[in-house]
Design a protein around this ligand. Sequence first.
Ligand code: PGA
Length: 261
Amino acid sequence: MAEVVIVGDREEAGELAAGAIRSLITRRRDAVLGLATGSTPLPVYAALARTLREDPLDVSAVRGFALDEYVGLPAGHPESYRAVITREVVEPLGLDPSLVHVPGDGSDSIETAGEDYERAIVAAGGIDLQILGIGSTGHIGFNEPGSSFASLTRIKTLTERTRQDNARFFDSLDEVPRHCLTQGLGTILRARHLVLLAFGEGKAEAIAAAVEGPLTASQPGSAIQLHPHVTVLIDEAAASRLQNADYYRYTWENRPSWQTL
Ligand code: PGA
């Protein structure tokens, strides 16, 4: 079962996730991080940048793989996930940009981009810790409802709901791409530790479906139930539809002293 931690606010979730990443890098200086974009993971990157400033750690060998990327944006577009990852992760953390990859980078053609990305992840030894948000459609990465639990990195068509959700980052809805490259649910399930974050009432239904709902491709987030090591960091609003919230609180309050995330 996923470990569900209901926190006071997104900053607290960011601190917990940043602590897990810090301890991973301390154990393994060339750790491989799976990097999510969107609003949700920003407190994680901010908390990690803060701890690295206050208590520096060698991150020169840390490697990263973005979860997904839009297809069809002009090169260098500020809302391409390459640009977002550079701005929100690589620069503030001081990572080596040559060690941080985004789907489609360096591929000769869009047709082979998925396979190329999978090969690069395998060559890196797999992802140690994958940060995840969840969409209001229940997607993780850009795996929209109907995505196979065995899917690997490939091109997907975004739902209109996701395009509308992401329109806030663009000047107009028309500018939001219709296609993307995304790690598959199978790719995500191969990562050694999943850290899924969600905040706000708008995510409550998707979180309930992911954590407690039936395993179904119609709710791609439910794939996390197949993974042996998942941490779900959510605020009270995102937890508001969970049946077993009291048990999750009890479990967290009574966690053994030796237990880390
Ligand atoms: P958000 O997106 O963090 O911007 O809400 C999450 C997602 O679409 O996975």
